[in-house]
Design a protein around this ligand. Sequence first.
Ligand SMILES: Cc1cc2nc3c(=O)[nH]c(=O)nc-3n(C[C@H](O)[C@H](O)[C@H](O)COP(=O)(O)OP(=O)(O)OC[C@H]3O[C@@H](n4cnc5c(N)ncnc54)[C@H](O)[C@@H]3O)c2cc1C
Length: 378
Amino acid sequence: MDFDVVVAGGSVAGLLCAREIASKGFSVLVIEEDYEIGTPEHCGGLVSLAGLEELGIIPFRKTFDHMIESAKVTAPNGKSFTINSKKQKVVEISRRELDKQIAFQAQKNGAIIKVKTSFQEITDTGIRSNEEKIDCNIFVDARGVSSLIHKDRAGILSSAQYEIYADWIKKGKVEVIFDQEKYPGFFAWIIPSNEGKGKVGVAGRGINVAETLDKMLEERGNYSTIRKIFAPIWIKGPIEKFVEGKTVIIGDAAGQAKPTTAGGIFTSGMGGVYAGQAISKFLETNDETELEQYQKNWVKRFGKEFEKQSFARKILERIDNKTINKLFESITPEIIKEISEKDDFDFHTSSIIKLLGIKGSIKTAQALLGGELKKLLS
Ligand SMILES: Cc1cc2nc3c(=O)[nH]c(=O)nc-3n(C[C@H](O)[C@H](O)[C@H](O)COP(=O)(O)OP(=O)(O)OC[C@H]3O[C@@H](n4cnc5c(N)ncnc54)[C@H](O)[C@@H]3O)c2cc1C
């Protein structure tokens, strides 16, 4: 078999990359090791409508679950504030359906997709899958965090996410819960997919995520579990080089998920889009500098925001529950109103800066955190 491009990983980044390459008339094969595109779903499914639009996706009715109305953020001492997120136009989507929708776009353009086929190794002329040797000009690594596990374990946290039925899950109302003792360096989340149904998860450094999540759920009240997922998340930002010779690394495999939340549908997906465009140009011209344009475009769009998110993450990793409780005390209704009215789900460090009180009248954050904040503001 012979293709211009072989993509390993049939998820959001790999499929978008294939869609772009196929749209320019080049031959592209996507190999996915699982038995079904979009399954197992290891995602909360939160994404902005603006992000989806930029990815070139108008969600099908069965992809689109519902709009998110608000996000309640809770401190370790139980105090909370709620951001009205209607203006940010965030939706909860079904990843099972979204990935299939992108697969359909890619195949309509001419891409070939094979499931239950796994990438094994790079060869002199292409790659070897579990089935055969495949020749190609470019290999795209879109294997997600599994591709990073051997490179750098320090950037990886364990996560657990259960899909549950529980009458305390309210449609449209996301929750984020901070507690450095229970979820060190991260948080717990509740993402509704309907009234009484949703995804509840935890992540953190050095914790047993299954035990932690079981405990959190017990404290919440009655529930029934319908699905459990355990997956690593990457929170260290982009890797140094997205392109190595004729290998192009995209999506979570390139560290393109947000360092604050590990959300990557939009940012990893855009990695796939930019890479697909650059690979097509390279195939047209045979000029290798065209491949480099991919990293340049991604960094231009997300580089600064990801740097700030990494600083915000460093701050979170260093502060204790007492400090978080204090920071919550300094959050005024005006700050919450400003975030609700203006802020952006995908470029959210401006919200973090506001929440840390830097632009508010109370300078608690500066007193508590000192020099680190200057980097976040720069
Ligand atoms: C618990 C959890 C909740 C999340 N919630 C959100 C959220 O609400 N919003 C958001 O934006 N992001 C969320 N994310 C992140 C989001 O899921 C990822 O950023 C996104 O899926 C990255 O897409 P990707 O295509 O780069 O990689 P992945 O989606 O990880 O896909 C990689 C693909 O490669 C395949 N693969 C692996 N090895 C091989 C191989 N050897 N050969 C062939 N195929 C292979 C895998 O089977 C998989 O299909 C969440 C992640 C987790 C773990």
